[in-house]
Design a protein around this ligand. Structure first.
Ligand code: DC
Length: 223
């Protein structure tokens, strides 16, 4: 049976960088579950669905066809044969994704896609409900967090470096906190630390230090 490493936490806590490196070191496929919620949001906006109307989003959810395939150590996503690329990383998607992610039909669809990915092999899956709802039985579960300031700093740097946006640190922090609030108070699978998950606060740690802590715990679990 495929092994799953599950990593949850708020935006900007470092989940993507940590998961990617851990996946590479262990030969586990990296799965970015947030990208699936971003794809649903992107498609809803393209098709002019009112993302603030849960009934409209629920009806739209089954019509989106997302192809998932392993590629270069990760699960890659395609919509209509095209990779979404940076189109799902814009401030507009950031502003609507949490709302779309509150809708049960969206969550059910993405949860099914994620569980089905175990057929591709061992996975390191990052998100908000991976340790609590998608793979709650995984023996290697982590809750990665950091102060709002540290998270906003990282996200802003990333946006500028990738040429996605040039927002102030204050604007990035406000957007991030707004999403945290929706993600952790929604009715369906809210972001929370799972019982038994290992919590790591990365505010004052380097990426390498966080990776080392995660790898040490994983070796204790799987060896
Ligand atoms: O990790 P991210 O910023 O790319 O996530 C985008 C949005 O999707 C965010 O608002 C939270 C939501 N999300 C979720 O509800 N459950 C997940 N497993 C992953 C992301």
């Amino acid at each position: 049976m495929a092994r799953v490493i599950a990593i949850d936490g708020p935006s900007g806590a470092g989940k993507s960088s940590v998961s990617r490196i851990v996946g590479k070191k262990l030969g586990f496929l990296h799965v970015d579950s947030g990208a699936l919620y971003r794809i649903m949001t992107w498609q809803a906006l393209v098709k002019k669905v009112d993302t603030d109307n849960p009934d409209a989003v629920a009806a739209f959810a089954p019509t989106v066809d997302i192809e998932c395939r392993p590629e270069n150590g990760a699960i890659a996503y395609y919509v209509g044969g095209e990779p979404p690329g940076e189109r799902i990383r814009t401030p507009e998607i950031n502003a609507h994704a949490s709302q779309v992610a509150t809708v049960k039909q969206v969550r059910d669809k993405i949860t099914a896609l994620l569980r089905d990915m175990t057929r591709f092999g061992d996975l390191v899956v990052e998100g908000r409900d991976i340790t609590t709802a998608v793979f709650p039985d995984s023996p290697a579960r982590f809750y990665l967090t950091a102060s709002a300031e540290a998270r906003a700093r990282r996200r802003q740097k990333e946006e500028v470096e990738k040429g996605i946006a040039n927002q102030s640190a204050a604007a990035v922090k406000a957007s991030l906190l707004a999403r945290d609030a929706i993600d952790s108070t929604r009715k369906c699978a809210p972001l929370r630390k799972a019982d038994g998950a290992i919590e790591i606060d990365s505010s004052d740690l380097t990426l390498e230090q966080v990776v080392d802590i995660v790898l040490e715990k994983i070796h204790e679990t799987f060896d």
